[in-house]
Design a protein around this ligand. Structure first.
Ligand code: NAP
Length: 485
C-alpha cells in the first residue's frame, strides 16, 4: 500500500478572500477505490459564490498592478511549495479520484509545479506593438488581464486540469475563482492554501465547492469576466449559453473526445504498437479525454494487432489507487460504470462482437470495468458515436487510405488522433486530413512538456490550453493612440 486511506485528513473548506470558510449544504464525498464515504464537504451557497467573486474582484487590480517579475517570483514559490507537499497532495488526489498514487507523484504533481513555473515565466515576456501610423500620431497596443476568471474543472485529472487554468490566468494578472468537481474537491483546497503560503495575496486565488448548480451560479455572476472550462461537451454548451446570457463573457472550453488510432498495414513494431494502443484506452481506466478509443486498422494487420492488444489487456491489474500492484484504477462512480456497461450492452445488441472484456468487475468493494475490445460495429453504432469514458476500444477495419481517413474523422469530436505508419508521406497526408486539434504520428499521449497548445476541433472545444495560446487567452489587448501636436 502506498498510503493508508484511513489516515488521510482532507481539507473540506472553501477558500474565499484568503479565509477558510465552511460551505453550507453538506454532501458526501466517496472513494471510488472502495465505495466508501470519505467525508462530507460543504457546498457554497449563492451568497458564498458571490463573496468569492467579490473577493476576486477586490484583489484583481492589486495583483494586476504587481511588477510582472514579482508575480513570476510568487508563482515560482507556489511551485516550490507544491513540490515540497507532493506526497500530501498525491494522497488527497488518490483518495477520491481514479488517479493511482505513484502516477500522481511521478506526473500530476510535477505538471502542477511545472505549469506554475512555465506560465509564471510568461508574466514579463508579453510585449505590445507600436503600430504603423502617420507621423503626427503614435499608436501602441498593451495587454491587460480580464479581471476575474471563473475556472471549472472535471474529476478525471483534478489537479492537472485545474492548474492548466489557474496557473496561466494568475500569471497574466487575473484573480481566479476555481470550482473543482464535487467528486474530487480536496486537492484544489490544499493548492489554494499553498498559494497563500507562497505569498499570493488573499482573494487572488479562491476555491469554492459544489455541483453543477454552484458552477452555473459562478458562470452567471455578473462580476465574472472570463470563463475557462474543462469537462463534457454537453456541459460546455450549457456554460457557453449561460456566459452569453449574462454579459457575453468570453469562454474557453476543453471538451470531450473520441480519438482514433489510425493504423496502416506498414506500421512498425507491432508489439510496441499494441502496448501503446492498449495503454491509450486503459490508462486511468480510459477516463481520459484524449483516450485512443477507436482503433481504425487496415485489414491486412487487423487480426494480428488486435490479438496482441487483447494479450496486453489481459495482463492488467485492477486495484485501489493506493495499491502498489495496480495499473487499472476503479471507475469514478456507480453512475459512470452503469453508463459504460449500458453502452457496451447496447453495442452488443446492435451486433458488436466482444473480442475481450465486456463486463464490470467487482473487486474489494470497488467497481472496475474489464479492458474491453469491440469489433464488427456499423459506423453509426453507439460505441463509435459516443464518448464512453471507460476502457472500451471500438475496432473498425478499412482497405484504402481514403476509407481509413474517413473513418478516423469523427462526426462530432476532434480532440486528438494518432496515425501509425512507416511512410512519412502517408503519415503527413493523414495528419493533414484528420480534423483534430492534436495529431500524434507513431505515438499517443501527452508528454510532460507545456509548450504545445492543446484543444479540440468541432464539439471537442473552443480555444487552447497550454503553450503560448494557453497564456494569451487570459489577456485582452488595447490600442492606445496619442496625437502629436
Ligand atoms: P462534466 O460533467 O461536464 O463536469 C465538469 C465540471 O463542470 C464539474 O466541475 C461539474 O461539476 C461542472 N458543471 C456541471 N454542470 C455545470 C453547469 N451547468 N455549469 C457550470 N459547471 C457545471 O464533466 P466530467 O464528467 O467532470 O468530466 C468528464 C468530461 O470532461 C469528459 O467528457 C471528458 O472528455 C472531458 N474532459 C476534457 C478534457 C480536455 O482537455 N478536452 C480533459 C479532461 C476531461 P460537478 O462535477 O460537481 O457536477
Amino acid at each position: 500500500m502506498y498510503f493508508d486511506p484511513d489516515q488521510v485528513n482532507p481539507p473540506t473548506h472553501l477558500i474565499i478572500g484568503g479565509e477558510r470558510c465552511a460551505g453550507v449544504t453538506l454532501n458526501d464525498v466517496h472513494s471510488p477505490s472502495r465505495h466508501a464515504l470519505v467525508r462530507p464537504v460543504g457546498w457554497a451557497s449563492d451568497a458564498q459564490v458571490d463573496q468569492a467573486v467579490q473577493a476576486a474582484r477586490l484583489a484583481a487590480p492589486g495583483w494586476a498592478a504587481l511588477a510582472p517579475r514579482e508575480r513570476a517570483g510568487l508563482l515560482a514559490r507556489f511551485a516550490d511549495l507544491v513540490d515540497a507537499h507532493a506526497e500530501e497532495l498525491a494522497r488527497l488526489e488518490s483518495l477520491v479520484s481514479a488517479r493511482i498514487y505513484s502516477e500522481v507523484i511521478a506526473r500530476d504533481v510535477k505538471v502542477v509545479s511545472g505549469v506554475l513555473r512555465y506560465f509564471g515565466e510568461f508574466a514579463d515576456k508579453i510585449d505590445g506593438a507600436v503600430t504603423p501610423t502617420p507621423r503626427n500620431s503614435l499608436s501602441f497596443t498593451v495587454h491587460e488581464p480580464h479581471g476575474v476568471v471563473a475556472a471549472i474543472s472535471p474529476w478525471n485529472f483534478p489537479m492537472i486540469l485545474s492548474s492548466w487554468k489557474f496557473a496561466p490566468a494568475l500569471a497574466a494578472g487575473n484573480a481566479v475563482v476555481l470550482k473543482p468537481s464535487e467528486l474530487t474537491p480536496f486537492s484544489a483546497t490544499r493548492l489554494a492554501e499553498l498559494a497563500l503560503e507562497a505569498g499570493i495575496p488573499a482573494g487572488v486565488f479562491n476555491v469554492i465547492h459544489g455541483d453543477g448548480a454552484v458552477g452555473d451560479a459562478l458562470v452567471r455572476h455578473r462580476s465574472v469576466d472570463y470563463v475557462t472550462f474543462t469537462g463534457s461537451s454537453a456541459t460546455g454548451a450549457r456554460i457557453m449559453a449561460a456566459a452569453a446570457e449574462t454579459g457575453l463573457k468570453q469562454v474557453s472550453l476543453e471538451l470531450g473526445g473520441k480519438g482514433p488510432q489510425l493504423v496502416f498495414d506498414d506500421a512498425a513494431d507491432l508489439d510496441r504498437l499494441a502496448a501503446m494502443i492498449a495503454r491509450g484506452i486503459t490508462y486511468n481506466s480510459g477516463q481520459v479525454c484524449f483516450a485512443g478509443s477507436r482503433l481504425v486498422v487496415q485489414r491486412g494487420i487487423a487480426a494480428r494487432l488486435t490479438a496482441k492488444i487483447a494479450e496486453t489487456m489481459h495482463g492488467l491489474q485492477f486495484g485501489e489507487t493506493w495499491n502498489t500492484a495496480a495499473n487499472m484504477p476503479p471507475i469514478i462512480n456507480e453512475r459512470q460504470i452503469a453508463r459504460i456497461d449500458s453502452i457496451v450492452q447496447a453495442s452488443v445488441a446492435e451486433g458488436a462482437k466482444v473480442v475481450c472484456g465486456g463486463e464490470r468487475i467487482a473487486h474489494d468493494g470497488a467497481s472496475f470495468f474489464a479492458p474491453t475490445m469491440l469489433s464488427g460495429m456499423a459506423p453509426d453504432s453507439i460505441a463509435i458515436r459516443e464518448e464512453i469514458f471507460g476502457p472500451v476500444l471500438a475496432v473498425q477495419e478499412f482497405d484504402s487510405f481514403e476509407e481509413g481517413v474517413a473513418l478516423a474523422n469523427h462526426a462530432e469530436y476532434g480532440l486528438t488522433a494518432s496515425v501509425h505508419t512507416r511512410d512519412i508521406n502517408q503519415a503527413f497526408k493523414a495528419a493533414q486530413a484528420i480534423e483534430s486539434g492534436t495529431v500524434w504520428i507513431n505515438d499517443w499521449g501527452r508528454r510532460t512538456d507545456f509548450t504545445a497548445p492543446f484543444g479540440g476541433y468541432k464539439r471537442s472545444g473552443l480555444g487552447k490550453d497550454m503553450g503560448r495560446p494557453g497564456f494569451e487567452k487570459y489577456l485582452k489587448s488595447k490600442a492606445i493612440w496619442l496625437e502629436i501636436e
